[in-house]
Design a protein around this ligand. Sequence first.
Ligand code: ZN
Length: 198
Amino acid sequence: MRIFEAGEPVLRQMSREVPKNEITTPAVQELIEAMFAAMRAAPGVGLAAPQLGLDLRIAVIEDRQEYIDKIPAEQAQTRLRSAVPPHAIINPVLHRDGAAEVEHFEGCLSLPGFTAIVPRALAVRVECLNERAEPVVINASGWYARILQHEIDHLDGKLYIDRMLTSTFMGRENFERLWKNVPIDECRSRLVKSVRDA
Ligand code: ZN
């Protein structure tokens, strides 16, 4: 399945809620399976239905230990990144509950080849339905909280470029070459030169 990239109108729309009684239908179950498959093929740690061209309030998330093992241990630690088992969130409602903001580089499968520093709440609470149409409350912090905020933004037609520190936007190659191993505070102070940029 093709992952839709920035410029597609569906990525800028408010997506529709999925009626609870439709979640367990074959059509929605097959869509969720297709979303997991597309996310793993990319690979990514989250994917929202608009990224497959569908304006539905569904996202899938999975952060595998094998992905985390590939990044420096220190980075996994500062990002508070730990494995998240595969699951779907449907019709999510996000609560930031006044949590502190943290800044990290973030990317998106719909903006391939780019990254930027994006402030996000350190912790969130999400009320949603799961893939079995059961109501769940997710209390997440660290990288998992960031993934949830990123994916729920997709359902509201938002991309990380709407929230990033604009002067930190860069290509992946330059990120890998120049910034990958630089502490985030130093990246910020060297790239963000004026209060306006922040
Ligand atoms: Zn994305």
